[in-house]
Structure formats: structure tokens, C-alpha cells
Design a protein around this ligand. Structure first.
Ligand SMILES: Cc1cc2nc3c(=O)[nH]c(=O)nc-3n(C[C@H](O)[C@H](O)[C@H](O)COP(=O)(O)OP(=O)(O)OC[C@H]3O[C@@H](n4cnc5c(N)ncnc54)[C@H](O)[C@@H]3O)c2cc1C
Length: 406
């Protein structure tokens, strides 16, 4: 027979912890405690999506997720899909809108709205909220668990570990969850920053700072393709930012040295770009080579490509040789930047790696070591790409953990 847990402690008042607490509280007569180390719940949530909170993605599917064993995430993600997330929030009173690429945001365009409806629900469901309560110890007892914060001790029949990961350190990302897990015998994989800026050889990005472009990106190491992405890229002082860059940061974190980033800056093949450039040469013979791409690409980017192609910037377009045009085409379709690494956990949106999923039941997220202990969200070794996928994992896994195996 399934145990009935009359007191449940959720450790961590972030995205996954709040939904886990609300789910656990659906059982009448149960006491649910939500323990949060910061002064208020959902601090990181407020910063998501640049303050807009990209709360899910209509296209998110289990196959999109990473981890040592991504199949672990399938039951949680299949039981609570992006449509379920929208329905869940709609019932809480949140109006949402879906943008291109399936990204879902609150209609108010403000992450505050997402947190507000969650906070109201926590209050309505009489969940006992304890903020500024950093759980320092979880001890299994004969029946249930003892949780300690400073000199205060609580007892719970079941515990849901929802401490998040190390990413977003300035917003409260900590390693407590891994430490608490370890004290209970749980092991973790290596931890890497993901969805963060890529650092490249700064010679070009510095002059391109602020330029945005739609590009196809490839990451290679010694000629071997490691990863690909598509979409918006923003050049920064030290490299590349923007969703398409973020999506490669995980592979870079894991990838080792000698990595090269290849940017395809126009959506045409070599033949197409060559004929475009030849036509420009014919129509505007008096223009200087530095304007070869003017009107096609951001002018600063165009000039950088001309320079990278080794073409003197003041040469008239009419004088450019076939070889020079070919070289410009190559730069445009395969602009290469040597990779130096990625920004650290401070700037990262998510942690790749976490508590080993092999020590948890995928159908319930219950620990295989301690019955009555559950885990959800980023603390587990599951992460997703940019665009609402990580919050979708937080909601889906929090919902499953909050069912406490029933
Ligand atoms: C800047 C930024 C932007 C992002 N934007 C998006 C986005 O638009 N879309 C998207 O899908 N994802 C986004 N993410 C990722 C997403 O926010 C996380 O994946 C998600 O919040 C993870 O949920 P969680 O509940 O596991 O952890 P968190 O939301 O981090 O919550 C964990 C909570 O546990 C608390 N805690 C930790 N240790 C203890 C302890 N010992 N005792 C008590 N409490 C504790 C923490 O203070 C925290 O409140 C973004 C992340 C960042 C940093």
C-alpha cells in the first residue's frame, strides 16, 4: 500500500518547489511546508526571459533534453506537457501568449505575473511558507525526516528536494541541493554552466559589439562536428551571446580545447552568395570593397568579413578578382571564431549535470535510497535548450514529485 504522508517539506521555493508544494497540497488534510533560504520565493523566476519569463515552449518534447540519461525525464515530461503548463497557469489566473518558435510568455510581458499567481495559490492552499530558512541538514529518521536550519528543527514524513542548481549565482543559485543530496548518499555528475555567453578570440567580436544577426552556427573540434544551432546571435565584447549562441554553450562546456565556431551569415549557398556579390560588382563598380556587403548585412559585420577575406578595404568593387570574391563568400558562409570557453555559473541560465538520475525512480522521482525523499527541477541531472525548456522541466518534474508516488 502507498504510504500517506501527512506532513511534506519542500526544500526550495523556486519554480519546481512551488508547483511541487501546490501539487502535494491537493491531498486534503495534508500539511505542506515550503522552505526557502532567500527572503522570498521565486527570485530567479523574476529574472527569467529578461524579466518576461519564457515559462514554457509549445514545441518542447522529451527528445530535446540532455543529461547522463535523458530518457529519465520522459515520464515527467510526458505526464505534464507544455499544454498542461499553460492550462495549469490559466487555472491560476494567468493569461499567456505564444510567440514564434513556440515560446510562451505571460500576456502582461512581466515575470511578476507568473510569480504573483503562484504566490496567491500558495496562500489559498494554506501552504506554510518559511522564507530565510536555509535547510542545512536533512536526516532520515525511523519514520520520515528531520530538517535543520540553524537551531530550528522540523519533522516531515516526506521531503521534496527542489533546491535548483548552481547557475544564476547572483539570483540565488547555490550548490546546497547537491550537498544535501550527498549527505543522504546521492551522487552527482560534473557540473557545467550552460545557456551562457561564448567567449571567442576577441579580435572581431570587440568591433562587432552589439551587432545582431540571424545565423546558422556549427561548433567543431579538429574537424569533427560537435553541435549546431540556428537563430539570433548577438556579438559581445568577448564573443557571442543570444539564443543560438546559448544553445551551443553546453557542448562547449563539455567539448575540450581547439573548438571552432562557424557562422553562416546568409541563408544561401555559395552559388547564391557569389551571384549576389557579382551582381553588386556590376551595378556598383565605384563602391569601395568595404561596402561589398552593405545593404545585405549589418555594415560593421560586412566590413569585418571583407577584412577577414584579406581584401583591401579601399579597392574599388570593379577591381575585385574572382579569387577575392570567392574568399568573401567563404567568410560570409563560414565565418570562423576560435572558442576560448564560456562564461561561468554567475551568468549561466542553467546547470548541466546534477544529482545522478539513476538513483531516482523516473516514474515518481522518488529516491531509490530513501523512500519518502523526492527531487525535482535543476538539481537533477537534466537540462534543456534555450526558450522555455528548463522551466518546462521544472514544472513537469515538480508536478510529478509533488504527487509523492501516488
Ligand atoms: C537569468 C536567467 C534567465 C532564465 N530564463 C529562463 C527562461 O526564460 N525560460 C526557462 O525555461 N528557463 C530560464 N532559466 C532557467 C530556469 O530559471 C531554471 O531552470 C529554473 O528556475 C529551475 O527551477 P528550480 O526550481 O529547479 O530551481 P530555482 O528556480 O533556482 O529554485 C531553487 C530554490 O531553492 C532555494 N534553495 C536552495 N538551497 C536551499 C536550501 N538549502 N534551503 C532552502 N532553500 C534553498 C533557492 O533559493 C531557490 O529559490 C533562466 C535562468 C536564469 C538564471
Amino acid at each position: 500500500m502507498k504510504p500517506f504522508y501527512s506532513t511534506v517539506a519542500v526544500v526550495g521555493g523556486g519554480a519546481s518547489g512551488m508547483i511541487a508544494a501546490l501539487t502535494a497540497a491537493e491531498v486534503p488534510g495534508r500539511r505542506v511546508l515550503l522552505l526557502e533560504r532567500q527572503q522570498r520565493v521565486g527570485r530567479k523566476l523574476l529574472a527569467t526571459g529578461n524579466g518576461r519569463c519564457n515559462l514554457t515552449n509549445r514545441n518542447a518534447a522529451p527528445r530535446d533534453y540532455f543529461g547522463s540519461d535523458p530518457a529519465f525525464a520522459v515520464p515527467a515530461l510526458s505526464a505534464f506537457t507544455p499544454v498542461d503548463t499553460q492550462r495549469f497557469f490559466s487555472k491560476l489566473g494567468l493569461l499567456t501568449m505564444t510567440e514564434e518558435n513556440g515560446r510562451v510568455y505571460p500576456f502582461s510581458d512581466s515575470a511578476n505575473s507568473v510569480l504573483d499567481v503562484l504566490r496567491f495559490a500558495l496562500e489559498r492552499e494554506k501552504i506554510e511558507l518559511r522564507c530565510s530558512f536555509p535547510v542545512e541538514e536533512i536526516l532520515p529518521e525511523k519514520s520520515g525526516f528531520r530538517l535543520r536550519s540553524g537551531s530550528e528543527v522540523l519533522h516531515a514524513d516526506a521531503v521534496i528536494l527542489a533546491c535548483g542548481g548552481a547557475a544564476g549565482a547572483k539570483l540565488g543559485g547555490v550548490t546546497d541541493g547537491y550537498r544535501l543530496g550527498k549527505s543522504l548518499g546521492h551522487r552527482r555528475s560534473g557540473l557545467y554552466p550552460s545557456l551562457t555567453r561564448i567567449q571567442t578570440d576577441p579580435e572581431y567580436p570587440r568591433s562587432l559589439k552589439g551587432v545582431r544577426v540571424q545565423a546558422a552556427l556549427r561548433l567543431t573540434r579538429r574537424g569533427v562536428l560537435l553541435a549546431e544551432s540556428n537563430g539570433e546571435v548577438q556579438f559581445t565584447e568577448t564573443g557571442i551571446s543570444g539564443p543560438a549562441g546559448f544553445d551551443l554553450s553546453r557542448a562547449i562546456s563539455f567539448g575540450g580545447e581547439d573548438q571552432l565556431l562557424h557562422l553562416k551569415l546568409l541563408p544561401y549557398d555559395a552559388e547564391g552568395v557569389t551571384s549576389l556579390l557579382r551582381a553588386r560588382q556590376r551595378r556598383f563598380p565605384e563602391l569601395e570593397a568595404s561596402d561589398l556587403f552593405t545593404g545585405m548585412l549589418h555594415n560593421r559585420l560586412g566590413r569585418v568579413l571583407v577584412k577577414a577575406a584579406g581584401i583591401p578595404s579601399t579597392a574599388p568593387l570593379s577591381d575585385l578578382s574572382e579569387a577575392q570574391l570567392r574568399s568573401a563568400v567563404v567568410q560570409c558562409l563560414d565565418f570562423c571564431l576560435p572558442v576560448r570557453g564560456v562564461d561561468g555559473f554567475d551568468a549561466a541560465q542553467v546547470t548541466a549535470g546534477g544529482l545522478l538520475t539513476e538513483q531516482f525512480e523516473p516514474q515518481t522521482l522518488e529516491s531509490r535510497l530513501h523512500p519518502g525523499l523526492f527531487a525535482c527541477g535543476e538539481v537533477l541531472d537534466i537540462d534543456g535548450p534555450c526558450g522555455g525548456y528548463n522551466l518546462q522541466w521544472a514544472w513537469a518534474s515538480g508536478r510529478l514529485a509533488g504527487r509523492l508516488g501516488s
